[in-house]
Structure formats: C-alpha cells, structure tokens
Design a protein around this ligand. Structure first.
Ligand code: NAP
Length: 328
C-alpha cells in the first residue's frame, strides 16, 4: 500500500484510509460490531493504517469500536477523530477530546479535526487551543473539515492547519475550484471523504434500490431526482472503462482520486472485510494514460452539468439563512 506524509507533520499514512462512520450504526442502516472489528484488522493487515472516526458517528459508538479493535495494537494505526458540534473554546475542546480518548482507549489522537465550521463562533480560540493540545502531545496534527478557502485562511492565522477533510470524488469535484489549489499552495494535506460518492461509485446502487431501514443516503443531494439518473448513467460509462482494465469500478474511482495532485489519502467507508480488501486493490495494476483521460472526460461531462452545491446535505443553505460569514 502506497504511503504518503500529511502536510509538514512527518505522519505517514496509507493512500487509502478507512472511514469508520458506518461502524457507528447510524445513517448507514445499522452495523455489525464484530465484522467492523474484523474489517479494521484486515485494513491493518493490508497496510491501510489510517482510520477516521468521530463522536458524531453513532454517538461515540464508532470510536468505541475503533478502540476495541486497536486494543493492544494502538501503535499500528494513525487515528483521526473530530470535535463535533459548535463551541470549540479551550475548555470545551478539552472535554470533547477527553471523551474521545476514553472511547478510543488511547492517550493521544494523531489528527484532531474540527468537524464542521461554526458560523457563530470565532476560530482564533479554537486554533490556539488546538495548538496547546498539540504542544502537550494530546494530538499530533490539526485538521479541519468542510472548510472553504476563507475559513482556511482565518484558521491559518491562528495556528497550523495540517490537513483538510473535504468531499471529493469523480462525481463531486467542487473543491477543484479553489480549495484544492489553496491546499496545494500552502502544503495542507487532503483526506477526501465520500471518495466513492457514498457508494454510488461502487456500482451497487440502482434507480430501484431499496435501502435498509435507517439508511439515510436518499436524503443526500446526489439522490435528488434531478441528479440520481445522470449519476447512474455516468457510473455505467465508468464501469465499462473499469471492465476493459479488468478492475472494479471502486478500484478505478479510487485510483483516479488518489492520482489527483494534492490528495494525500482517500477515505473509504468500507465496513466489511470484502469491501476493504477490494478497495486495497486500488494499487498493483497499471492505469494507462488513455484510460485516465477517458475517465476524466466522462467525469467532466457530469460535473459540468451540476449546479453549485456547498455540501452533500445542503447544510450550507441552512447556515446562509443565519446571515453572511463574519470575520473573526
Ligand atoms: N468530515 C465529514 O463531514 C465527513 C462526512 C462524510 C464522511 N466522512 C468520513 O469519510 C468516510 C467515507 O465517506 P462516506 O462514508 O460518506 O462514503 P464513501 O466511502 O464514498 O461510501 C461508503 C459506502 O460505500 C460502500 N462501499 C465501500 N467500499 C465498497 C466496495 N468495495 N464495494 C461495494 N461497496 C462499497 C459502503 O457500502 P455498504 O453500506 O454496503 O457497506 C458504503 O455504503 C466516512 O466513513 C467518514 O469517516 C466525513
């Protein structure tokens, strides 16, 4: 498995990483803890050393499962978790981190992310507190998620942002406009989320797919009636390219993603041994230039047809109603 370094931290992570949101049991229609643990162990065995979780995933359950899986072998993994919700002043942040450390059964977190930017609170105290936590060895790197360029600039005035976690995949490419170039220019690593477009780029979703109770994906922007049909048409065209190369659609999609300049690692929300094994097959085969161009063209055609969306759930729309961004 190819390894890459996060920003200026010296922390080495695999180019494919494991997203542990589905292991929380919410949003994705339930979880099997024992299979989640086997998936984590398989990931480590395959050289996938970077695990991403958050207290928001199953109200701490995802962190607990990661903690159980890594008991006695913490040193084999790089763990990222997040401060969720609003209110990231020092005292609050310390409390949130302490909860994560307990659930993860560890005394440090490798990457600590701000999960979503808060429109109502200043970034300065948050970044200053994160730098203190880094100096104390409680965290090794500072990450931000779902930040745009203005927020990245504001955060960077008060500390060193090491890595950004944005949505990015063959269907959802909005970060290419400004966020991605900004990160490349400033040496900020990128850990892409929804790298398989919430499963669309695995080819398992159809127009008539019946979702498990609790599977909330149909609420996402990509499942809107005006988007799903054209996404699935694109998926079929990509599937044909993958077939020619003798790889799966997921492997083709991930290979394109980790080949984009600026991408450090692609997070994949796999939750079975079979899925993580397939995703590890992103490497170990040749990707001819012509196939890469073909994939790019197919993706461009879809991407150009999308209106601008800030995020996959249109949270931004709700925030905008609260008023314009304030300078902190
Ligand atoms: N910072 C943020 O705001 C944020 C937001 C979203 C996600 N994330 C992080 O990013 C991670 C990944 O993103 P994501 O979960 O949104 O989406 P994703 O990785 O694009 O897709 C996850 C889906 O892909 C399916 N899958 C994965 N590998 C597969 C394979 N080889 N074959 C078939 N299906 C496969 C899973 O299927 P099954 O359901 O059938 O198992 C799951 O439904 C999350 O787990 C989380 O850690 C962060």
């Amino acid at each position: 498995m190819e390894k890459r370094v996060i920003g200026q931290t010296g922390i080495e992570v695999s180019a494919i990483s494991l997203g542990c949101w589905p292991m929380g049991g919410d949003y994705w229609g339930g979880a099997d803890d024992e299979e989640s643990i086997r998936t984590i162990h398989k990931a480590l065995e395959l050289g996938i050393n970077f695990l991403d979780t958050a207290p928001a995933y199953g109200r701490g359950h995802s962190e607990e499962v990661v903690g159980r899986a890594l008991a006695g072998r913490r040193h084999e993994a790089v763990i990222s978790t997040k401060a969720s919700g609003a209110g990231h002043a020092e005292e609050d942040l310390r409390k949130k981190l302490a909860g994560s450390l307990e659930r993860l059964q560890t005394d440090y977190v490798d990457v600590y992310f701000i999960h979503w930017p808060s429109r109502e609170e200043p970034l300065a105290p948050t970044m200053e507190a994160l730098e203190k936590l880094r100096a104390e060895g409680l965290i090794r790197a500072i990450g931000v998620s779902n930040f745009d360029v203005s927020m990245l600039e504001m955060a960077s005035r008060h500390g060193r942002v090491d890595i950004l976690q944005p949505p990015y995949n063959l269907i959802w490419r909005f970060i290419e406009e400004d966020v991605l170039p900004y990160c490349v220019e400033h040496g900020i690593g990128i850990s892409t989320y929804s790298s398989l477009a919430q499963g669309l780029l695995t080819g398992t979703i159809r127009l008539n797919t019946r979702y498990a109770p609790g599977d909330m994906r149909p609420r996402s922007v990509l499942w809107k009636s005006e988007n799903l049909g054209k996404c699935l048409y694109t998926v079929e065209r990509l599937r044909a390219v993958a077939k020619e190369l003798g790889v799966t659609l997921a492997q083709l999609s991930l290979r394109w993603l980790v080949s984009q300049p600026g991408v450090t690692t692609a997070l994949v929300g796999a939750r079975t041994v079979a899925e993580i094994s397939e995703n590890a097959g992103t490497f170990g085969w040749e990707m001819p230039e012509q196939a890469m161009r073909q994939v790019q063209e197919i993706s461009d055609e879809l991407y150009r047809s999308f209106p601008y969306y800030y995020d996959m759930w249109e949270n931004w729309m709700t925030w905008q109603k609260r008023g314009p961004q304030r300078e902190f």
